[in-house]
Design a protein around this ligand. Structure first.
Ligand code: GTP
Length: 307
């Protein structure tokens, strides 16, 4: 997670990095900080999440997990095009960061990035307010670390969140799997899946559904996983899938994705299974398009329009 001072809106010139594509990252860090201080300090419990967010309600995605599990790296790599190696220099975050992601009518949500060390179950911290407006909760587990504590924390987080809002999608990212062999990955996933579900069953909460993903910022797995999380927040998904089915059956095209170009999240695909290699190929092609449009694209067009 980046230090709080680094979480500033993307500067204007960054538009050129995306070929002038419109991407609105709107950080209201001061508001969040004020909220967190108010909540954690217990001095001003009246400041609520929705009060400070200029009235607009977007689906909220929470990024939670222990310290150094990789939450901020995920956000930076997926939404800020940071190179994975640069995340090595990210500082630990000590406050909640909210980010608005609005690049199209389908991709419009907020990401709330929680510092690992925060005790949001502190009685003075209004977690009900947090979970009430949440669409998806991503819990990040560092697969290269001992995950017993992470699983305890996952259980606590999920059960509390479910009590407040049973409609939340619970997504578990078994993260940093780049350091593991294929066999080891499957083994870890199986173990984490079993332990997490056993914990829920012991608490009589087997109706809570957890989705698991093996992720790494060093390959496309993080983009694929985030795509699936975001898709669950898009009410028009069945319609989009149908349209893509019609498209491939009438065009002879093998596979179709509807992409959010800037983040490389795919918003929908036809109903045939997703093959990682095809997805990666499409992502690479998008990078080429972005690079070329940076050189020849909208930026220069704007020069022509407004000389
Ligand atoms: N190998 C590997 N390292 C990763 C991956 N994702 C993140 N990291 C590294 O994990 C470290 C911690 O990442 P952060 O993003 O700062 O973790 P965080 O969960 O935001 O940490 P806090 O701010 O303390 O809560 C950094 O050194 C990252 O480079 C990954 O997929 N694979």
């Amino acid at each position: 997670m980046s230090g709080g001072s680094e979480r500033s809106p993307v500067p204007a010139e960054d538009d050129s990095d995306t070929g002038g594509l419109d991407y609105d990252y709107d950080d209201d860090e001061d508001e969040i900080e004020a909220f967190a201080e108010a909540q954690l300090g217990g001095e001003d419990g009246e400041l609520g999440f929705n009060d400070s967010l200029n009235g607009e309600v977007k689906p909220r995605i929470l990024l939670m997990g222990l310290r150094r599990s990789g939450k901020s790296s995920i956000q930076k790599v997926v939404f800020h095009k940071m190179s994975p190696n640069e995340t090595l220099f990210l500082e630990s975050t000590n406050k909640i960061c909210r980010e608005d992601v609005s690049s199209s009518s389908f991709v419009s949500f907020q990401i709330w990035d929680f510092p690992g060390q925060i005790d949001f179950f502190d009685p003075s911290f209004d977690y009900e307010m947090i979970f009430r407006g949440t669409g998806a909760l991503i819990f990040v587990i560092d697969s290269q670390d001992d995950y017993v504590e992470a699983l305890n924390r996952l259980h606590l987080t999920v059960t509390r969140a479910y009590q407040v809002n049973p409609d939340i999608s619970f997504e578990v990212f078994i993260h940093k799997v780049d350091g593991l062999s294929d066999d080891h990955k499957i083994e870890k996933q199986r173990d984490i899946h079993k332990r997490a579900n056993d914990d829920l069953a012991d608490a009589g909460l087997e109706k809570i559904h957890l989705s698991f993903y093996l992720t790494s910022i060093y390959d496309h797995s993080i983009f694929e996983a985030f795509s699936k999380v975001v898709q669950k927040l898009i009410p028009q998904l069945p319609t989009l899938e149908n349209l893509l089915n019609i498209f491939i059956s009438n065009s002879g095209i093998e596979k179709a994705f509807l992409f959010d170009v800037v983040s490389k999240i795919y918003i929908a695909t036809d109903s045939s299974p997703v093959d990682m290699q095809t997805y990666e190929l499409c992502c690479d092609m998008i990078d080429v398009v972005i690079d070329i449009s940076c050189i020849y694209g909208a930026f220069h067009c704007l020069d022509l329009i407004h000389p």
